[in-house]
Design a protein around this ligand. Structure first.
Ligand code: GLN
Length: 252
């Protein structure tokens, strides 16, 4: 994904969050303002959101550009949510173009997105892939680096890591074997964890709400840029940013 966004706060129509803002994800799909790699994000998009009273998110993912999907515009107008994770994709060369490769990826209450790429894919990460149970590898949603990264994050969550620790662990373990850009976004609808590791990241709070995004969706002065190599964790109205912890060889 080349531009992504997560929101937690009072219920917000998806259209108001993603389509209406002057520089929202819709505009970012053809005219991003801060994108460091690639020019347009036309290789699909995805939106995950939580409906009230249901801990499991719903997803809407397509292989077409966000601007080309009139059905989503309709759904987004009449759907509100208290927690959303959405992304528009610029596929890394060699990765599949299918809707299954569009973030967010999901498991249980979790939604995940990756903005970046693994250098030397897939040979460079053979050892990491081999560390996964075969069933996890067979269950990868798509032939794309982001799907493998998601499987690695899920392994950490399964061992009991909190969201931020899981992301930090995977940034460390991938960086130990190859170059990579690893901007992650992860939420369970209550907490957002994100990394800035090679690409841009911003956040903004409002009364009882927080947005974390690859880039600001408007010109409000309330946006804060996150320094590279940072780990962000947020809940509605609260944000913590710190350097990504460095793990020792034994820990990764
Ligand atoms: N490598 C990922 C993909 O192909 C993410 C791409 C990106 O961030 N531009 O989907």
């Amino acid at each position: 994904m080349c531009r992504h966004l997560a929101y937690i706060g009072s219920p917000m129509p998806l259209a108001e969050l993603l389509l209406a803002p002057a520089h929202g994800l819709l505009t970012q799909s053809w005219a991003p303002r801060h994108q460091r790699y690639g020019t347009v994000n036309a290789d699909g998009f995805g939106v995950g959101w939580y409906a009230s009273g249901d801990p499991l998110p719903a997803r809407y993912r397509r292989a077409i550009p966000l601007w080309a999907d009139g059905s989503f515009a309709d759904v987004a107008r009449v759907t509100s949510s208290r927690a959303v994770l959405a992304a528009v994709r610029s596929a890394t060369p060699g990765m599949t173009q299918e809707a299954s490769a569009a973030a967010p990826y999901a498991h249980g209450p979790w939604l995940f997105s990756h903005n970046g790429r693994i250098e030397g894919w897939p040979q460079a990460v053979e050892a990491l892939a081999a560390s996964l149970p075969p069933a996890r590898l067979l269950a990868l949603e798509a032939r794309v680096d982001s799907a493998l990264l998601w499987a690695l994050v899920l392994e950490r969550l399964a061992t009991g890591d909190c969201a931020g620790d899981a992301l930090a662990h995977v940034v460390n373990s991938v960086s130990a074997v190859t170059g990579a850009r690893l901007n992650f976004l992860l939420t369970d609808g209550t907490v957002i964890a994100a990394t800035a590791a090679g690409d841009t990241l911003f956040w903004r709070t409002g009364p009882g709400s927080v947005v974390v995004a690859s880039e600001p969706f408007d010109d409000s002065p309330d946006w804060h840029e996150v320094a590279d190599n940072s780990l962000l964790t947020a809940t509605a109205g609260y944000v913590d940013v710190r350097p990504i912890p460095t793990l020792t060889k034994e820990q990764v």
